[in-house]
Design a protein around this ligand. Structure first.
Ligand SMILES: [Zn+2]
Length: 448
């Protein structure tokens, strides 16, 4: 027992987390064994060896994670959260028939405020339970996705949709853009909600609104998040129409700016990769979605060698069909090797870097989250590696990426607040979400 004198010198803090393996991601390969995170007022105050903690700090909230790897919260850099209600609705189809024959008609019939609210909460619950603490989204009614994110205590980067054609959210490009600006204005000082522009693709948004987005994005310094070069067919159709590949066309329009995030990018020539690097454009890789829709292979190794920031995303549940960043890291690492024909390409550490550091940068939050360092938000994920499928452990990051399952995520904090405790979701009602999802499927199936 410390003497009264010592006890008085020690400072009381909100939370202390003791970890078997702490992976700050501030430096590749750095593994801190038996270290502790000191959390005070949403932030990481200090990281120090466990043996030294009681000399300086004490807390009523202590977590002994003695079998766990503790990492920065995972960042899902691309998705369509409310589409979780269409999980399994249209499988085993290529992108165009999947979109045109199944997804767009279903969305036209079913998307409403209630659909978005229920679908977003279902998606957020799944993301939190699998260790995600921040996500980028592109969907209708982003204001309601924002509300769901605030309710659940998760960070969200909402890229407000822009299309040429009318939907339940807006009637024409001007209205989509106006709604995006209003949303940005509403949340510009919010620490959990960040807003960008989400033009769907070059084949669904025409030149004039695209150019407006480039101007506004630069003025406001917010992201333009765009599906691009997703399939060979998309590129060919653009060539047939205008004699230009989509990236060349975007370049002429002045869209290749550092605010641009190109999602998918499975069809790239070497000079296009150089152009992206020169213009500071970033890329989001969605391995499961690209494989499921047979879209193609994103050349992640070449992109990263060129110095391009590459984030990692699940895409929506209708083309994945899960929002599980642990599995997405594994797929990125495996696919990276096949794509570059090099087994040393895209290591487990690089996959974790994409899913944490790079994801945070793409959200514009590189200074606030993405690594575990003092002064950053306490956005933290703990994964219990004490299971047969993750034993023994030689390198905990390799074990996490190549062997761990999402249900090994035991604890998740966002801004120091606990969302998942002992594998249980505490910020949303998992049972109620399960019931709502069943009700939606019954309704949608009855009229399919
Ligand atoms: Zn997408």
């Amino acid at each position: 027992m410390p003497s009264k004198n010592t006890a008085e010198k020690r400072q009381k803090v909100d939370t202390i987390i003791h970890a078997k393996w702490l992976i700050p991601m501030s430096k590749s390969g750095l593994i801190l064994e038996h270290h502790s995170l000191i959390i005070q007022q949403q932030m990481i105050r200090e990281i120090l060896p466990r043996s030294e903690v009681e000399n300086y700090f004490f807390s009523d909230e202590n977590y002994d994670l003695n079998e766990h790897i503790v990492i920065p919260g995972l960042v899902n850099a691309h998705g369509h959260a409310p589409m979780s209600l269409l999980r399994g609705y249209a499988d085993d189809l290529a992108l165009q028939p999947w979109l045109e024959e199944k997804i767009w008609p279903a969305e036209a019939r079913w998307v409403s405020e209630k659909f978005v609210r229920d679908g977003a909460e279902l998606a957020i619950a799944e993301m939190l339970l699998s260790g995600t603490t921040a996500f980028t989204d592109m969907y209708f009614f982003p204001d309601l996705v924002a509300k769901a994110a605030l309710k659940a205590n998760i960070r969200a980067h909402l890229t407000s949709p822009v299309l040429d054609f009318p939907t339940v959210w807006a009637k024409d490009p001007d209205e989509y853009i106006h709604k995006a600006m209003t949303l940005h204005d509403k949340y510009k000082n919010n620490e959990h909600i960040h807003v960008g522009f989400g033009p769907h693709a070059t084949y669904t948004v025409s030149d004039q609104p695209m150019q407006k987005l480039a101007t506004y994005a630069s003025e406001l310094d917010i992201a333009i998040h765009l599906h691009t070069h997703e399939t060979a067919q998309e590129v060919q159709q653009a060539v047939d129409k205008s004699d230009k590949r989509p990236l060349g066309h975007l370049h002429e329009l002045g869209l290749l700016i550092p605010n641009l995030q190109c999602v998918h990018m499975t069809q790239l020539l070497d000079d296009e990769i150089s152009l992206l690097a020169d213009c500071g454009v970033s890329v989001v890789h969605c391995p499961a979605s690209n494989m499921k829709l047979a879209s193609g292979l994103c050349p992640t190794g070449k992109l990263m060698d060129a110095g391009i920031i590459v984030g990692l995303g699940t895409d929506g549940s209708a083309s994945n069909n899960e929002l599980n960043m642990i599995n997405e890291m594994r797929l990125a690492a495996l696919l990276g090797k096949i794509t570059s024909d090099d087994a040393s390409s895209l290591s487990a550490w690089q996959a974790l870097h994409m899913a944490t550091v790079n994801g945070a940068k793409l959200m514009g939050l590189g200074e606030q989250t993405g690594t575990l360092e003092s002064g950053k938000f306490a956005d933290i994920t703990a994964v219990n590696l004490n299971r047969l499928n993750t034993s023994p452990v030689y390198d905990p990051v390799n074990t996490l990426v190549y062997s761990a399952q999402a249900n090994q995520v035991s604890h998740v904090w966002v801004a120091g607040k606990l969302n998942v405790k002992d594998h249980q979701l505490i910020s949303l009602d998992a049972h109620a979400l399960h019931e709502k999802a069943k009700d939606w499927a019954d309704k949608i199936q009855a009229q399919a």
